[in-house]
Design a protein around this ligand. Structure first.
Ligand SMILES: C[S@@+](CC[C@H](N)C(=O)[O-])C[C@H]1O[C@@H](n2cnc3c(N)ncnc32)[C@H](O)[C@@H]1O
Length: 660
């Protein structure tokens, strides 16, 4: 498989393993219970800090548990000012640290820096993803090709799902250099090969092709009566006599009837009486199957009218007028060919394609309006994604109980989409957001708060008050047209009916390959205030806390419970269940619990050295008895024989605590 190399790659491929493990410190929890009291805890998280460390901190609780990841990292356009700051100890990389990544011409290593930044984060994200999960990454052409290659390396090329084109704008600039970009990428990889998206709900728009002209039990659309595979399904290649004209209808060359002969007979019998008859047509059937006549299956009979044509025709005409028509119906009022009905209730939802248009998934202008609406008209964040884009991701990649992670959270669109999705299907999806910027509290968390509480949103309705095409005739009366436009604008302003009235302005519209039309317009907007109702939800806000390890020892500032979470996870690769931990703790102050018939003890005391000896063994109650024991302590005074006889593995603090 082709692999991408770049400056610094060899220094970052295992960097995720060196990232210090830091505990997450809960700052506050926000939200109300149904009875109006404040919630005391929430599984939704907003974490302030660098996602490299935050993702590492999430490993003990969330490794292999996240169902859907949506990320929207810096695109490395050369216009944003992101900083490469990972603590990789390499002279080349030390030189970059803290440097604002500049434009292509000024900073030849900007792609290297971006790849060094993304690689270890994607490695951690891959570990967090559940076996049935998928990651969706927004990106544009600056890094799309590089990103796809490193994702092949990290997730596996067989886990590539799609490179979706999202129509980010519906009016690309006509004065751009080169080919303006109307779409950007949404790269999708899954944890395991063979990931299948959920189908999207049908909408009135997607169902416009389903009609019910014959008063059937449900709307239907017309589809081909034939299917491929004539040569392999020779028993399904035969003639059916047309109920109106008496002509023989055969499948087209290479195709066969799309249902078994019994179903076809039953369907055509809805028009008039039919019977199976041998009509000696082996040559014709062979031709359709593309094989010699002496090789075609013998004894395949045709469906023929029982009654004389006139009577059959009268039956069929009556069915046509009365409805509903049989499933294999005759087009053009009985004069046409045969088609098959596909009923709306049999088709299920819509499988998403790799083109998401702005109507279905929103666009960047809408996203900015959303932000303004939430933040009292203020553009609190410059590059938000529309909620509909993330809602669509959730629709195809989550169920009502999924865990959703966004480690480049920005304005918190992902949390907004999760809350909306839960409100829609009364679900219990959880979100985890990570944001490095100082605005993690004032924008990211604040948006979630406002969505939960509801906010006053201002919507603007624009109308065109004056619109005159500029052509030779209007140019001759140029000043008169301009005065008319000015008068309309002045009158509208005086009327006080509008929030804003524009001055007369020229608008150019591209109408064809080489054509454009110009018009003089006056537009006006009326702004309405309306309340966006609150969406039920809560979240807990975290800062990255102290590192677990300092030099070669454990950091005594870290609470014992947080250390226990880490030890348990490093031993069992599963999260420490808080209830199980509390129960275990009641039995013995160092007991973490039992897993696979092994009992785990973590004898740590920041005040004094701990020792595994006979006296210690005597403190272990019988409820903790297991096939084997793993005991962490600072020293061990038991000899090999003692350890073996009790099936105890001694692990020295901090030397034997593995780094995840
Ligand atoms: C393009 S924005 C995401 C916008 C977001 N999708 C939205 O709809 O608002 C990228 C965000 O990632 C954040 N970011 C960049 N590097 C980060 C890091 N190392 N850890 C956490 N957040 C980071 C930036 O501060 C920025 O807010």
């Amino acid at each position: 498989m082709p692999e991408l190399t770049w400056i610094g790659k060899n220094k970052v491929v295992t960097h995720h393993l060196d990232v210090p493990y830091r505990v997450l410190e809960n700052q506050y929890t926000y939200g109300k219970n149904a009875d109006g009291t404040d919630v005391s805890s929430s599984e939704n998280m907003v974490i302030h800090g660098d996602n490299l460390e935050a993702l590492k901190s999430l490993l003990p609780m969330y490794e292999g548990r996240v169902d859907c990841i949506y990320i929207d990292p810096p695109y490395n356009t050369g216009n944003e000012s992101w900083v490469y700051n990972d603590n990789v100890k390499d002279p080349q990389i030390l030189k970059w640290l803290g440097e604002v990544v500049g434009k292509e011409g000024e900073d030849l290593s900007r792609h290297d820096k971006w790849l060094c930044m993304m690689y270890p984060r994607l490695r951690l994200l891959q570990r967090l993803l559940a076996p049935t999960g998928a990651i969706f990454i927004s990106i544009d052409d600056n890094e799309a090709a590089h990103l796809r290659l490193i994702c092949n390396e990290i997730f596996g090329a067989r886990c590539f799902v799609a490179d979706i084109s999202w129509q980010r704008t519906y009016s690309p600039r006509n004065d751009s250099k080169g080919i303006p970009a109307e779409v950007e990428h949404l790269l999708v990889f899954s944890k395991e090969p063979g990931w299948q998206p959920r189908k999207l709900e049908r909408t009135a728009e997607t169902d416009t092709n389903y009609k019910n002209p014959d008063n059937d039990y449900c709307p239907w659309t017309s589809s081909d009566a034939f299917a491929p595979g004539a040569a392999t399904h020779q028993g399904m290649v035969y003639a059916v006599q047309h109920p109106f004209t008496g002509e023989l209808i055969y499948p087209t060359a290479g195709r066969c009837w799309s249902l078994g002969q019994e179903d076809i007979l039953s369907s055509f019998s809805g028009w008039t009486e039919y019977e199976l008859r041998d009509i000696d047509d082996a040559e014709k059937r062979a031709e359709l199957c593309g094989i010699p006549a002496d090789e075609v299956r013998a004894g395949v009979r045709a469906l023929m009218l029982v009654k004389p044509l006139e009577e059959a025709q009268a039956d069929a005409q009556a069915v046509y007028e009365r409805g509903p028509w049989p499933r294999f119906y005759i087009t053009s009022g009985g004069k046409g060919g045969v088609r098959r009905k596909t009923y709306l209730d049999s088709v299920g939802g819509i499988l998403p394609s790799n083109f998401w248009d702005h109507q279905a998934a929103g666009h960047t202008d809408a996203a900015k309006k959303e932000i303004r609406a939430i933040f009292d008209g203020r553009v609190a964040f410059d590059t938000p994604k529309p909620v509909r884009l993330v809602e669509r991701v959730l629709a195809i990649a989550t169920d009502s109980d999924s865990i959703v992670l966004d480690s480049f959270a920005g304005s918190g669109t992902t949390a907004h989409a999760v809350l909306n999705a839960n409100a829609k299907d009364r679900g219990n999806r959880k979100f985890i957001l990570v944001e490095l910027g100082d605005y993690a509290e004032t924008v990211t968390a604040e948006r979630v708060r406002r969505v939960i509480d509801g906010y006053i949103k201002t919507t603007a309705e624009e109308s065109v008050l004056f619109d005159r095409k500029i052509n030779l005739t209007s140019l001759k009366k140029g000043s008169q047209v301009f005065e008319e436009a000015n008068a309309v604008a002045a009158e509208a302003t005086q009327s006080g009916a509008y929030t804003k009235v524009s001055k007369p302005k020229l608008y150019t519209e591209v109408t064809g390959k080489n054509n454009a039309s110009v018009s003089l317009r006056v537009t006006a907007t009326v702004e309405h205030e309306e309340k966006a109702v609150g969406v039920p939800g809560s979240f807990a806000y975290y800062e990255l806390g102290a590192p677990l390890f300092v030099q070669d020892g454990l950091n005594s500032e870290v609470p014992y419970e947080k250390m226990s979470e880490y030890i348990w996870y490093s031993e069992t690769s599963t999260p420490l269940d808080p209830r199980g931990y509390n129960e275990a703790h009641k039995l013995h102050p160092h007991y973490l619990g039992k897993y696979d018939d092994t009992s785990y003890f973590f004898a740590y005391d920041p005040e004094s050295a701990t020792s595994l000896d006979r006296k210690y063994l005597g403190t272990i109650p019988t409820e903790c008895a297991a096939e084997s024991y793993v005991i962490y302590a600072e020293t061990c005074l038991l000899d090999e024989k003692d350890l073996l006889s009790h099936n105890i593995t001694f692990k020295k603090i901090a030397r034997d605590i593995s780094r995840v």
